[in-house]
Ligand binder design. Structure first.
Ligand SMILES: [Zn+2]
Ligand SMILES: [Zn+2]
Length: 830
């Protein structure tokens, strides 16, 4: 016994290691040895070797030690520690784990979605030619010769350039071999893609920063009038700029000659300094903080919210309030009640376009502690916002979906406006998370209140409120004496029969638009297709141009004069010739927002019209410009896609019109009714939000459709009718759904492999598995698609079902002749 004891003492071995999460589609963390002298903690980034000759930055998930020498031999070393303080909080790391587990994806995919590009450092390699090498002697194949040829005229090649030359051969292994043979040098260097923005500034040397110092400085230049002048001006500028004047501000001041400035610097009076500046400019503090006066109905609703929010273990709160009932006021009160030293609240919105209006209101309440986060910011700007959230400098953060993945050190509450909105769900790629459900989890996990708001809650949310899982708070009337808008259904069959309509426009709509113009009010028109014409047809042979990569007809865009695929971005420049019979003359069928805008302008030549869709709102300020024009009364009509249906709040909008209502109610989806009801109700809610009465016109060929009939009734009526259908057909909220999309380049292989996978899953799930079935669009981005749907009873443990699904898929891959089938899994699809 004693001998063994001594032995263990001798071989006692302990090596510090870190487990690192990489922003790559990989499960779990990878272990690396932490070399002596390096200090690591959870949440910092480290640079580690990954793949052949590559370095990759990852985030430390765990710091540990290993005792096993054999195991240690297999491990690689951390190359560099990149941060002194964590850039990812432990809470956020836990959230990654939960998302990966719940949505059946990889932790690396969640990290990739969360971490701003600017923090995802990767190594790049550069190829150099060694001195005195005679390429003719050593080249062993054409590919190597290509690289050496390219280097004959240049000093170096980046690995990317080499890859372009070698296409389709992968460059990595080839370059590695060439380097081993001594044909080339490979130099690896890592660059942080995020660099702080630094500008050069002019400042007084420390000695001359006081009043007396300045006197001395003037004494020094007494005999040089030009320098004295310059010093006077600089002193003035510097006092206006807080002591540091960006050099670029000096341009255009002729009286500040270069030689005078140089002389002042040589005398040691002035110096240049490097100053780090914010890319996202701080907006000026608002002078007036507007007080919110709640109506009696709002006060009562707020009391209910506050009561639940301040429970020890608050339930999620669903605020169901009709459009225009002032939900934003309650959100702001809710945030105010939670705020305090170092505390943070997240406010999620469905649409970037809405941030402008909300930011203004939230700033009125909270001043400059408000930050904004969405995808229109540049990578470097996103890093800066990330860091401000991390340091707690942003106390209220307004953002879209991805803001739920920010590193809040002290989150005390979450608001989700328009919680029913599908934009909270990421469709593609992984992680296919729903920010609303992630928020609910955060709420339970950290015992913080989550306030969901909507005029048309998701069926699942309302069901949760009915069952008492959520707290339900209702607001049934509009604020400010505004009435709900009146709804007018126009039967387009009658319009056509009685020859009243004018193209796409009914007589009723034309009259209403004219009245809006006459009264100096505003109207919004909704059409759920962008572009000019969704279908183009050859006049001679009837050919319809389709995307080369998708089963989708190309949309004609007049402004850019191209045919475009809205799914993959493919486009064609020839918009006049038929590619099949080569005759000239293509006919435009159907109507998109671009054409609608044109027709409207023809009908109302004096009207000021703007269009809001993906094509007109590119860039960071695309939305803001149109919204500012509407607010300033510089527009009469706004035409747009889905984006105009959500949240916009303008006092002078009195008419909301849908041109083709039918195209919104015919989707082959069990949620078609819910979506149509929500979208139409939301859109109708844009009209008549102030004292001006609002009017809604829906043009349809089926006014008797049950969904359109329900629009005039309160949400409760819609809910009652819809849940009955859902229960009968076994759809959420009565079952849970997991959808599988199988993808393959070859449709024959897709069919066989799809059946094979289905057999493996059927053996486990039986009748709970539906499909495989071809979706309405059978091919997208060169991949054929096949769908399967799992309907899991709520009595079944979701964890167990997912484990079954995992093993079923693994089993399939084990037996599959090749592993080329791609399987996309979507838990709780929307
Ligand atoms: Zn043709
Ligand atoms: Zn396409």
């Amino acid at each position: 016994v004693e001998i063994t004891l001594i032995e263990t003492r001798v071989t006692a071995f302990s090596l510090p290691v870190v487990e690192v999460l990489l922003p790559l589609p990989l499960s779990g963390a990878f272990t690396y040895i932490l070399p002596e002298g390096m200090i690591a903690q959870v949440g910092i980034r480290v640079l580690v070797p990954f793949g052949k000759g590559k370095l990759q930055a990852g985030v430390v998930r765990r710091v540990a030690t290993i005792q096993d020498k054999l195991q240690a031999r297999e491990l690689k070393f951390v190359k560099e520690v990149l941060d002194e303080v964590p850039v990812v909080t432990p809470t956020l790391l836990d959230l990654y784990d939960w998302i990966a587990d719940y949505y059946l994806c990889k932790q690396g995919e969640v990290l990739k979605a969360s971490l701003p590009t600017g923090l995802k450092m990767q190594s790049t390699r550069t190829v150099y030619l060694p001195e005195g090498l005679d390429p003719n002697n050593v080249v062993s194949n054409d590919k190597e010769a290509l690289i050496l040829d390219a280097l004959a005229f240049r000093e170096s090649l980046s690995e990317e350039e080499a890859q372009r030359i070698l296409m389709p051969t992968p460059a990595g292994p080839l370059l590695q071999r060439m380097a081993e043979k001594g044909l080339i040098y490979l130099v690896t260097d890592t660059q942080a893609s995020y660099k702080p923005k630094v500008i050069r500034c002019l400042a007084f040397a420390p000695l001359y920063r006081t009043h007396e110092g300045l006197q001395q400085a003037f004494d020094l230049v007494k005999r040089a009038p030009k320098q004295e002048n310059a010093l006077m001006l600089v002193a003035q500028f510097l006092s206006q700029h807080g002591g540091k004047l960006p050099l670029r501000e000096l341009h255009g001041h002729d009286e500040l000659s270069h030689s005078a400035l140089k002389a002042l610097r040589d005398k040691g009076i002035l110096q240049t300094e490097f100053v780090t500046v914010d890319r996202v400019p701080q907006e000026a503090e608002r002078a007036e903080r507007r007080e919110i006066n709640l109506t009696p109905a709002q006060t009562a609703a707020y009391a209910e919210i506050a009561e639940e929010a301040h429970q020890e273990k608050p339930r999620p709160i669903l605020l169901h309030g009709v459009t225009g009932s002032g939900k934003t006021h309650l959100y702001i009160e809710f945030i105010r009640s939670l705020m305090g030293e170092g505390k943070q609240v997240l406010y999620l919105l469905p649409e970037i376009g809405l941030t402008r209006q909300i930011i203004d209101r939230v700033r009125e309440a909270f001043g400059n502690q408000v930050g904004v986060y969405h995808s229109r910011f540049s990578p470097a700007e996103r890093v800066e916002i990330w860091q401000k959230v991390l340091k707690g400098e942003h106390q209220v953060v307004i953002g879209v979906r991805s803001a739920i993945l920010l590193p809040f050190p002290n989150l005390v509450g979450i608001v989700i406006d328009e919680e029913h909105d599908t934009s909270f769900k990421q469709q593609e790629p992984n992680p296919r998370y729903n920010a609303r459900d992630v928020a609910i989890w955060l709420g339970y996990h950290h015992q913080i209140p989550v306030l969901l708001g909507s005029a048309t809650p998701a069926l699942e949310s309302f069901e949760n409120a009915q069952s008492g899982k959520y707290k339900l708070v209702s607001l049934r009337e509009r604020a400010q004496q505004a009435a709900l808008p009146t709804l007018q259904m126009v039967d387009m069959r009658l319009e056509a029969k009685e020859k009243r309509s004018h193209g796409q426009f009914s007589e009723a709509l034309l009259t209403a638009l004219q009245e809006v113009l006459d009264r100096g009010e505003q109207a919004i028109l909704f059409k759920n297709r962008r572009g000019y014409a969704p279908i183009v047809v050859c006049n001679t042979c009837g050919h319809v141009p389709k995307c080369t990569r998708c089963d989708i007809s190309l949309t004609y865009h007049k402004h850019s004069n191209r045919l475009r695929c809205h799914y993959c971005g493919y486009s064609e420049a020839d918009t006049t010739h038929c590619s099949v019979c080569n005759t000239q003359g293509l006919r435009h069928e159907g109507i998109g927002t671009e054409r609608l805008e044109e027709q409207l302008q023809d009908l109302f030549p004096t009207a000021r019209i703007a269009r809001m869709d993906q094509d007109t709102t590119r860039g960071k300020y695309g939305f803001a410009r149109i919204i500012a024009q509407l607010e300033a009364g510089e527009l009469d009509f706004l035409v747009g896609t889905q984006m105009v249906t959500k949240g916009l709040d303008f006092e002078r909008v009195t008419l909301a019109a849908v041109l083709h209502t039918d195209s919104m109610i015919g989707y082959p989806d069990f949620r078609a009714h819910e979506y149509a009801y929500a979208m139409l109700t939301q859109f109708a809610g844009r009209a008549g939000r102030s004292s001006l009465p609002g009017n809604v016109i829906l043009q349809t060929r089926q006014p008797e459709h049950p969904i359109l009939q329900l629009l005039t009734k309160p949400y409760g009526a819609f809910y009652q009718q819809e849940v009955v259908l859902r229960e009968a057909a076994k759809y959420p909220p009565y079952v849970r759904l997991v959808s599988l999309t199988l993808l393959h380049k070859d449709h024959v292989q897709l069919e066989t492999e799809g059946q094979r996978l289905a057999a493996h899953l059927k053996a486990r799930f039986g009748d709970m598995l539906l499909g495989p079935e071809y979706p309405p669009i059978a091919r997208l981005k060169d991949l054929y698609r096949l769908g399967m749907l799992l309907k899991l009873p709520r009595t079944l443990s979701l964890g167990k079902a997912k484990a079954e699904l995992r093993t079923g898929i693994l089993d399939y891959y084990k037996h599959a002749p090749n592993k080329t089938l791609r399987i996309d899994i979507d838990v709780d699809p929307r």
